[in-house]
Design a protein. Sequence first.
Length: 432
Amino acid sequence: MKLTIVGGGYVGLTTGICFSHLGHEVKLVEKVQEKVNVLKEGILPIYEPGLEELLKESLKLQRISFTTDFVEGLEFSDIIFICVGTPQQEDGSADLSQVEEVARLTAQHMRSYKLLVEKSTVPVNTHKLVKKTLQRYMKNQVEFDVASNPEFLREGNAVKDFLEPDRIVIGVESERAKEMMQELYKPINAPIIFTDPATAELIKHASNSFLAMKISFINMVSDLCEKTGADVKLVADGMGYDKRIGRAFLNAGIGWGGSCFPKDVKAFIKMAQDYGVDFSLLKEVEKINAKRIERFIEKVKGVLWSVRNKRIAVWGLSFKPNTDDIREAPSIKIVSALLKDGAKLQVYDPKAMNNFKRLFPESGNLIYAKDMYEAVEGCEALLILTEWEEFKNADLDKVKRLLKLPIVVDGRNIYEPSKMKEVGFEYYCMGR
């Protein structure tokens, strides 16, 4: 099948490249010419394991092409995936201006049937606004459908999540749209849940908010574990054996970040507020998460007494491993607070340092190390903010030799306390 992807961000690129890998012909529309140029060369502007290889494969097979011309993209196929940004506004609501623009331009230029598919995360009943916009601006009276097909892509695992999903959620209002979407997803072996568009839009926000709630819950429990001498990891293991609960997303640490959870939780709260529904539970979830960074900074200061003029190593800047994304990453507030208090930081991340440098340029008090061992050299403590695999596999004896003081404050609980004690570290973690 032929399909058009509008938006060359994280979701648009993953969706377009993976669909082309499955054998479909894809044209991706992106406004920024520089981004189009590098994509045509087989270079991704983001880091996502395995995605660039699939891009090169699809380019070689001529299954994917890129353009800045919206009309060219619109005329290429009957299925238009809306994968544009929906950034968060000050009140927590989503800015839907880019979604509106796609609907408006489609209405003004379409000359035959089109199926517009919301892939971007949007508030419930956005499909109604898309339909109204199409009707309002339509120049040629032609048929159309609007569907909702939310994405459930985890950064760092997006290719597998797309090609081997737990489920595919599709909200449609016509049999024609349903058949087209069924055909499109035929190569993927996964349950397809067909709903109305409003339900599909809500499933995305409800899913992410529930996962955020699990993380905040175990972080709340980890504080109690610290006070009572219990081990939060064992508590989570014990809970996880219950099939009704499950072990996933029960890892205590410094909280959730990224482009999805913070934005989606706020948007869900705002959505409920607009409809007069009490979502105070999610407000507490958000509040617990915000306090994680304060708790971690308090822990660091409690261990070091004062951070002023102390050289401290930081491992991990991305909000999670296997991505270069620093949006809403805990590292931003932690680094900012430590620099403000006069600390001298030596930081390292396998992929996110270039993005981090845009916020925090290198200076006398902030050095970007070439590897994790250079980062710890001569430091009075090591802070772990992201659970990258290479940190888990570090040569701990070497780390201890390079550190000025053998102190590790682990915000992600990547090591076993007994092992760290055996090596000779002062090891401080979360809830253990």
